[in-house]
Design a protein around this ligand. Structure first.
Ligand code: PHE
Ligand code: ZN
Length: 878
């Protein structure tokens, strides 16, 4: 969105509207460049509103064709109108009254993908957060809930006409045109409105709800792609069942529809009864989708479906409360996926994602609280902090009050606030009320940005048989928040005795029962009595709190945890900590000179876990995956030289590969039998085989094994894994060129698959990649107007290739700056999101910092920047 004013919005300024909307009737006459919209709303003065209060509606790039109140044209003197605002005065003294607004839109030329636009010739809408105001003037804010009736009129060659709610019927309209009408009985805010129209294929199914109602399920895709939607349909039915079982939440309309579109700024959108999806998160078959794609589809289908209760039935009072629906819904989709798959493996993936995306955000210039107090552009707050940290905060409530009280609190929330637009305070009050636990200090998790650092040390007193655990917390300053208060941090833990026995006792101090230390002060000591021998502390088990942990623990203690922890996640945490310690040391040596430290002990730990057949393959694959270059950079924190990190990591990787060569050779060929199934068990086997293949390829140092795996692959998971090994480890090999050409040949007409081909190349480490990226931008597979293509190439390069993007001469930064400024006029949301790849620039060594700063300043000095990009660039430079 473009605003000339550079206005800042503040949480503390919330005020309700002067009018309530009793209902709205929308009529669309669809046309590529001249769609007519008539919006008829019934308005009523809010109790307590001034009798002469004007009506102030939002707009964005709109032109007004007609304005009537109770069917009479409003005289010019009674209103002011501009593209982004409509103000009407001298309104009828008695209410309710009816206001009719007519506007004309050009979906064809709407490249922002907000409001009504066209994708592959079909019409679709995106209204969250502020897209409805690009359709008609309205109270485009989440606290104005009303009932929608929608009539869509279109030429007959646009056969499918969809909107929210239940169908009221279809029929002929006039010569050549037909119509469909929809009615959504559930009051909703404008951001949940949706319309889809076009010539689409469909698959259908039904779901019987817990009270025995039959719901019709439909997934719409482009013609010919129907088969590829069957997994999404299966995931939808499992999601509906899970929400009934886990939360007692039943679906509430006669029909639930999902539409896949190929031009979409985000993953998907939870419009009431009519979810719109990026086709990447709907379409899958074994030949074209990886196991990760299947897992993403399952998670996002679930996420959008779960929004029906957490987001739609109970929505946000204002956009500051975004985490109310997003953090909670991410928490729900995480636990769903944990239930559908292996819980520890899924949890490990969540921890990795949180650390890779949210931690750097929280420690850089774009840091903001889970509930921000100000914003210039709300589109820039759909962040890892709001989503992922927001989910962790929900998980901490459950840890603090326990699973039973958590469920009770959720039941109370659904019962108390159904149909309302509420705040985080309303949500938290439900848990405080059911548990009697004071959660005031806990609110800091919503209001205070930054990742807490918890330092821990233990002292064992053999004579007294006591163990004391001393904890200290600090939170670094973040933009706008110089001084931090101590937070309420629930740290799950276990004590592991020398013989390997794992216990979860309670500390002597009053506090949480069994296995959780509640840190609430700046520093605190917990004592355990009756401890016969010095145990090893396994702290922040399962990553119960999203904190950085600094704990004096020897390599031997970490190995002890890795061997004996009964909690799989904690076991992985210990192994990961050992790997991180070594890689940090090695990176510093690679930067400053000297002999690289031996990776022998680490290799032994990894190989021992990999050989352990009692562990599931997916877990072993996670263990084998070394911390990424970005992970190591984040842990180092400052004066980063990405090339040194690459060298160090590669050194350790090769050492592990050589030591475990025979094992990796065997595992690389241990693939599941039978036809491809995306189920977790087979996917885990493939993950382990692919990981082993990458190690054994490094050990033998020839592309032949990867090429053989590429040639033998009968599914996209193994095909893409083999291609990636070829491109990343053997960039100049003939085999690599052959595989790249073969892949292009086979999948050249499938853009979603070619996205993988582009991403793999864009993430190839080394200075040469930026030139390859520039070449690929000219290839027919790239499309600067399609967000998926841009993210697959430019996003993968800038956010997924530390050595390539951070090339010392600054070419990577200049490339990103060019794409950002060229994308901004067409699609500011996409441009702003790409630019966030620069957020950690100040942690680089000084030469790269200077290059990065120049590129940022060049963006900043571009004329007519959107609010989206100027907001990000200003905060990044500050
Ligand atoms: N609300 C969507 C989700 O997380 C995300 C989204 C935001 C989509 C804004 C489009 C625009 O489920
Ligand atoms: Zn969401």
């Amino acid at each position: 969105m473009r605003t000339e004013t550079g206005q800042v919005f503040h949480l503390k300024d919330y005020t309700p509207t002067a009018f309530e909307v009793e209902r709205i009737d929308l009529t669309f006459e669809l046309h590529p460049t001249e769609t007519k919209v008539a919006a008829r709303s019934i308005l009523k003065r809010r109790k307590g509103a001034a009798a002469d209060a004007p009506l102030e509606f939002d707009g964005d790039e709109l032109t007004l064709d007609a304005l009537r109140i109770d069917s009479i044209d409003v005289p010019d003197s009674d209103y002011d109108v501009g593209p982004d605002k409509l103000t009407v005065r001298n309104l009828p003294a008695s209410d309710p009254f009816e206001i009719t607004i007519e506007t004309t839109l050009s979906p064809e030329t709407n490249t922002q993908l907000m409001g009504l636009y066209r994708s592959s010739g079909n019409y679709c809408t995106q209204c969250e957060a502020e897209g409805f105001r690009r359709i008609t003037y309205f109270y485009d804010r989440p606290d104005v809930l009303t009932v929608y009736t929608v009539t869509i009129i279109a030429p007959k060659d646009v056969p499918i006409l969809l909107s929210n709610g239940n169908s009221l019927g279809t029929g002929n309209y006039d010569a050549g045109r037909h119509f469909a009408a929809w009615y959504d009985p559930h009051p909703k805010p404008s951001y949940l409105f949706a319309l889809v129209a076009g010539d689409l294929g469909v698959i259908t199914d039904t779901f019987i709800t817990m009270s025995g109602r039959e719901v019709e399920l439909r997934i719409y895709v482009e013609h010919g792609k129907e088969e590829r939607a069957t997994y999404a349909m299966d995931a939808l039915k499992r999601s509906m069942k899970w929400d009934e079982d886990a939360y007692g939440r039943e679906y509430d309309l006669d029909i639930f529809m999902v539409v896949a579109v190929s031009d979409f700024n985000m993953g998907a959108m939870e419009n009431k009864g009519l979810n719109v999806f990026n086709d990447k998160y709907v379409l899958a078959d074994p030949e074209t989708a990886t196991d990760q794609d299947y897992a993403n589809i399952e998670a996002i289908i679930a996420h959008e479906y779960f929004h029906n209760w957490t987001g739609n039935r109970i929505t946000c009072r204002d956009w500051f409360q975004l985490c109310l629906k997003e953090g909670l819904t991410v928490y729900r989709d995480h636990t769903f996926s944990q239930d559908q798959r292996s819980a520890p493996v899924k949890r490990i993936a969540e921890i990795k994602t949180l650390k890779a995306h949210q931690f750097p955000e929280d420690s850089g210039p774009l840091a903001h609280p889970v509930r921000p107090a100000t914003y210039k552009e709300i589109n820039n707050f759909y962040t890892a902090t709001v989503y992922e940290k927001g989910s962790e905060v929900v998980g901490m409530i459950r840890t603090i009050i326990g699973p039973a009280k958590f469920r009770e609190g959720m039941d109370l929330y659904f019962g108390r606030h159904d149909g309302q637009a509420v705040t985080i305070e309303d949500y938290i009050a439900c848990f405080a009320d059911v548990s009697g636990v004071a959660l005031d200090q806990f609110m800091l998790w919503y209001n205070q940005a930054g990742t807490p650092l918890v330092s821990a040390s233990t002292t064992y007193d053999a004579a007294a048989k006591t163990l004391s655990v001393s904890l200290e917390q600090t939170v670094q300053p973040t933009p706008g928040q110089a001084n931090k208060s101590p937070m309420h941090i629930p740290l799950a833990f276990a004590l592991i005795a020398p013989d390997g026995t794992v216990t979860t006792p309670s500390p002597d101090e009053t506090g949480h029962e069994g296995g959780v230390l509640e840190l609430t002060k700046r520093s605190q000591t917990f004592t355990f009595s009756g401890i016969e021998e010095r145990p090893v502390l396994s702290l922040n088990r399962g990553f119960s709190a999203p904190v950085n942990l600094q704990i004096e623990q020897s390599a031997g203690d970490l190995a002890h945890i890795a061997r004996h922890e009964t909690d799989g996640v904690a076991r992985w945490q210990a192994i990961n900590a050992s790997a991180t310690d070594l890689l940090i040391k090695a990176s510093k040596v690679a930067r400053d000179g000297g002999d690289l430290p031996s990776a022998d002990d680490l290799a032994d730990i990894l190989i021992a876990a990999t050989q352990d057949d009692s562990l599931e393959p997916a877990f072993r694959a996670q263990v084998l995956q070394l911390p990424s270059e970005a992970d190591i950079a984040r842990e180092i924190g400052s004066n980063i030289d990405p090339d040194a990190i690459h060298t160090a990591r590669r050194f350790a990787f090769d050492a592990i590969a050589r030591k475990g060569e025979a094992l990796f050779a065997r595992l690389s060929e241990d693939l599941p039998d039978g036809a491809y199934s995306p189920a977790a068990e087979d996917a885990g086997k493939r993950a382990l085989a692919a990981m082993a293949l990458s190690y054994v390829s490094a050990a033998v140092d020839t592309p032949s094994r990867a090429k053989a795996a590429y040639d033998a692959a009968d599914n996209m998971t193994m095909l893409a894994a083999a291609l990636q090994i070829l491109v990343h480890q053997f960039p100049d090999a003939e085999e690599t060129k052959e595989a790249l050409a073969d892949f292009e040949n086979r999948f050249g007409d499938n853009p979603l698959v070619m996205d993988k081909w582009m991403s793999i190349q864009a993430m190839a480490p080394g200075a040469a990649t930026s030139e390859r990226v520039i070449e690929l931008m000219d290839s027919p597979h790239y499309n600067a107007g399609n967000p998926n293509r841009v993210r697959a190439l430019i996003g993968a390069f800038s956010a997924g290739n530390p050595t390539g993007f951070n090339r010392a001469d600054g070419q990577g930064y200049r490339l990103l700056a060019k794409v950002v400024t060229e994308t901004d006029p067409k699609n500011p949301q996409l441009a702003a999101r790409l630019l966030t790849a620069m957020r950690s620039w100040r942690s680089l060594e000084s030469g790269r910092q200077e290059e990065a700063r120049r590129a940022l300043v060049a963006i900043q000095s571009t004329e007519k920047l959107s609010t989206d990009v100027s907001d990000i660039v200003e905060r990044t430079l500050n």
